[in-house]
Design a protein around this ligand. Sequence first.
Ligand code: NAD
Ligand code: MG
Length: 393
Amino acid sequence: MQHLTILGATGSIGTNTLDVVARHPGKFKIVALTANSKADLLFRQCQQFKPHYAVLLDEDAATLLRQWVREAGLTTEVLSGAAALEQVSVLPEVDTVMAAIVGAAGLRPTLAAARAGKKILLANKETLVMAGNVFMDAVRASGSVLLPIDSEHNAIFQALPRGYNGDLAGNGVRRILLTASGGPFRNTPLGELQNVTPEQACAHPNWVMGRKISVDSASMMNKGLEVIEAHWLFNASADDIQVVVHPQSVIHSLVEYMDGSVLAQLGNPDMRTPIAYGLAYPERIDAGVKPLDLFKVATLNFAEPDFGRFPCLALAYQALRAAGSAPAILNAANEVAVAAFLDKQISFLSIPCIIGAVLDTLPVNAVGSLEDVLSADDEARRAAQQQIQSLSR
Ligand code: NAD
Ligand code: MG
């Protein structure tokens, strides 16, 4: 029996994780579920999975949940606040932590799980983008098992040799080929991008996801964050990672070997596949995913990424090459800009302008600790807010 904490249980990854868990009674026990403020959904999850702990960041939402839990006669203990997210990530009875909070808010609890030596199912790519070296050092020091849940990185993990040691050339690998759907605006006339709405940006052709990552997919910043994520997970340099636009999202990524072999992982675009892989690793379990019908797919297309149409992708490569605090600055500026776009304060095309301006303004510092990361994050958020204000003047 594997004991789980799910950080971000009410989100797209969180609910898909619970869907897989529910298919395997007796295999998994939910110890803790956490969310930001959705008390009603978290309550339904408590009724179904009977966790020992439920955490809501929001105090008022937690008060409501505590009352419902009591009325329903459940024994779940309801906690609130950011410290409780860390608390349920390091419990001695927990084997595995699904890190599926969106954005920088996921960093502290995910890092706490790494320091505590938990098996980590990593969906929260922002943790690696912001704090790659601090996080990877914690994983190595504690002996954590780190399994990527992002579909592309899960595919690469599967296509690399078992027990891959971080030496691409030593394992005969020439390149990593990171696939990208191109998002909803792959073919939108450039003149129309200025006026696209949050609703259009969130309507992804192949995947149903949270709003922040959906906007990131539309700007291709998601792929940029994933290049940085791949750098840390697989010890690959910017030059080792080639983005390949593949609109069908059937090939989830590939590894090119020196002998000319290219190994890919394919499947229907359904996050339950990488989630089930992480949950059962090194075994395989049913994920509830429909078998891939190659005859129906029929055609697979590939194209080079268009850096002119998607400047966010170029900014991410720039930040990865600059190293130090640059990726944390990129991530923070992006989060602020995306929130402003979703809030209809700025246009879609302002997102890369704001991030680029923040990257150009702030110094790049060395990052050796969590504090260094948080101070770069804080400074970049303030700089991004200033950029937004100067745009609206
Ligand atoms: P989502 O918006 O659907 O869910 C986010 C979850 O985090 C929710 O449970 C929410 O309550 C919680 N949360 C939000 N802000 C919080 C805060 N400040 N403190 C504590 N909890 C908070 O997001 P998602 O699409 O499930 O994505 C989650 C993570 O997984 C992201 O980092 C994303 O990049 C990554 N990811 C998602 C997908 C996908 O298909 N959805 C694929 C690959 C990677
Ligand atoms: Mg992905």
